[in-house]
Design a protein around this ligand. Structure first.
Ligand SMILES: [Ca+2]
Length: 177
């Protein structure tokens, strides 16, 4: 899956999945965003945004979160107000990780794990995470600030074998083409 376009201002990322079968432990997927310093865009994240962590300036917000995939429509929604992000941040990576409280749970065992990347009503990218059946986490989008100050989106589909905490630390290490 590839996407490439420029000048994004406000982007929504919507994650959905279906609940675990009755009687089975809940399937809990998490959207995770990591912001990296402009001075060191492939170093450690400056901050993380997920169900338990907020952006210090409120420019990246988890609008909705779910622990079990129940309910209608998107289960988790992340909004990135890119036009308000401080120039001290040069790169933002967004991914999805599956909580691993018991037996290993990869995307292939979660029902209909999907993510949409939207700007307004325009669909920028669509991800079927079942296409990474053995992974327990995946990066889906990378935003890079251009010299002109605009944000470029690269659509990713890179699987990881990591729980959400491990994933948050390594999700930005890969340098894409
Ligand atoms: Ca969750």
């Amino acid at each position: 899956m590839s996407g490439f376009s420029k000048g994004h201002r406000r982007v929504d990322i919507k994650l959905s999945w279906d609940p675990a079968p009755l009687g089975a432990p809940a399937h809990d997927l998490d959207l995770v965003a990591a912001a990296y310093p402009a001075a060191d865009p492939y170093g450690p994240p400056a901050y993380l945004v997920h169900f338990d962590s907020r952006a210090p300036d409120g420019t990246i917000i988890l609008q909705r979160e779910s622990r079990d995939g129940r309910g209608y429509g998107a289960d988790e929604v992340l909004t990135l107000d890119l036009y308000r992000v401080s120039e001290s941040y040069g790169r933002i990576v967004v991914g999805v990780a599956i909580q691993q409280p018991g037996a290993r749970l990869p995307f292939g065992e979660v029902a209909r794990p999907k993510a949409l990347v939207l700007e307004g009503h325009t669909e920028l990218a669509r991800h079927d995470l079942a296409q990474l059946p053995d992974a327990t986490a995946a990066t889906i989008a990378e935003f890079t600030r251009e010299g002109s100050g605009t944000w470029r989106l690269e659509s990713l589909s890179r699987g990881y074998d990591a729980d959400p905490v491990e994933f948050a630390q390594v999700m930005g290490a890969a340098r894409e083409g």
